[in-house]
Design a protein around this ligand. Structure first.
Ligand SMILES: [Zn+2]
Ligand SMILES: [Zn+2]
Length: 337
């Protein structure tokens, strides 16, 4: 059962400082409330961390958030916003800004933000870009995406990789034509046509398109022994030579998104491997949250767990600068140092 934090969540106790939340005890509690997705659960938050271990060390660009504009909430919201019954669809724009402020975000991507009007873009000094997406099914998806691109969206996504089908080709043709990145969610167990092992063919076919990879198969396949048929979160030591790792080394137009519990599991399951992986692909990896909570400061927040995971890798200042901010700034053409 998925537990998402909201304003009256028991994780939030009046009188406690933010730092107090991020203690060993609360992180241990968070481990019990992480979502369970089909089989093996994501790696739990580490329990042996010092207070403050989940605090941001660096200003960051968050390349993976979903947020409905306030003027569409309650009307069913945009079809492409995840978590329609809660999570990011229930969160207000103000709560979103609080979340992002607490993780020290100075910019970010609103996936599926399309050409919607967001008060937060007008109200905040942070820099946001909107990506275009068009939900899962139904006709006219290409037109929805193209309209958003014409109206200023700076990327395409998030889309599930559905395989080498006409819609995929249409999206990639638009990414090429508009010169924008495209962000994919890989989960073959749910989308059997989207065979992960074959995805490299599209990376090769579109060498000028910048692909950003995310989700369960992407992170599972850092391990050579991963099977995308299982669609689960493998844990424990990584066997080197996985497809994701190989492709990141091989293709200059492929980038990695650290978001969600899949990214957290990739970082937490084998910290030695994770440190090496992040260092080797330091020009390709970007911070992303995908967190639906309202605070950005409770121990169960996916962003906070990710910061715990990254902080424990003790990355160099130069690598932190790249993965938190400059890789994304370059890719998104944002003027943030
Ligand atoms: Zn997402
Ligand atoms: Zn959160």
């Amino acid at each position: 059962m998925q537990h998402l934090c909201h304003p009256n969540c028991s994780h939030q106790r009046p009188g406690m400082s933010r730092r107090d939340f991020l203690t060993t005890a609360t992180l241990a509690a968070a481990a019990l409330t992480l979502p369970q997705v089909r089989g093996q659960a994501p790696a739990p938050a580490p329990t042996d961390v010092a207070p403050g271990a989940g605090l941001p060390t660096h200003p960051l660009i968050d390349i993976h958030m979903h947020q409905s504009p306030d003027n569409l909430r309650g009307s069913g919201g945009p079809a492409n916003t995840k978590g329609k019954k809660g999570g990011s669809a229930a969160r207000t724009e103000a709560e979103f800004l609080t979340h992002q402020k607490n993780i020290n975000a100075v910019g970010g991507v609103l996936l599926g933000g399309n050409d919607y009007e967001f008060e937060l873009i007008k109200k905040t000094p942070y820099q946001f870009v909107r990506f275009a997406s068009a939900g899962m099914v139904g006709g006219g998806r290409e037109a929805v995406i193209e309209k958003a691109l014409k109206n200023g969206a700076k990327g395409i996504g998030e889309h599930r990789y559905e395989g080498d089908i006409p819609f995929t080709k249409a999206c990639l043709d638009m990414a090429k034509e508009y010169d924008v990145p495209i962000l994919y969610h890989f989960q073959e167990a749910l989308f059997p046509l989207g065979v992960y092992a074959d995805f490299y063919k599209l990376i090769e076919k579109y060498p000028t398109v910048k692909f950003i990879g995310h989700a369960i198969d992407w992170w599972g396949a850092i391990d050579k022994n991963y099977s995308s048929k299982g669609g689960t979160y493998p844990r424990g030591r990584v066997t080197a030579g996985g497809l994701t790792d190989t492709w990141l080394g091989r293709y200059p137009n492929l980038y990695a998104d650290l978001s969600a519990t899949s990214g957290n599991t990739g970082l937490l399951r084998d910290p030695d491997f994770a440190k090496d992986f992040v260092n080797r692909h330091q020009d390709k990896i970007m911070f992303g949250s995908d967190c639906p909570c309202t605070t950005g400061s409770v121990a169960s927040c996916w962003s906070v767990i990710k910061l715990v995971a990254l902080n424990q890798l003790q990355l160099s200042a130069a690598v932190q600068q790249k993965i938190y901010i400059s890789n994304a700034a370059k890719l998104l053409k944002l003027k943030i140092a």
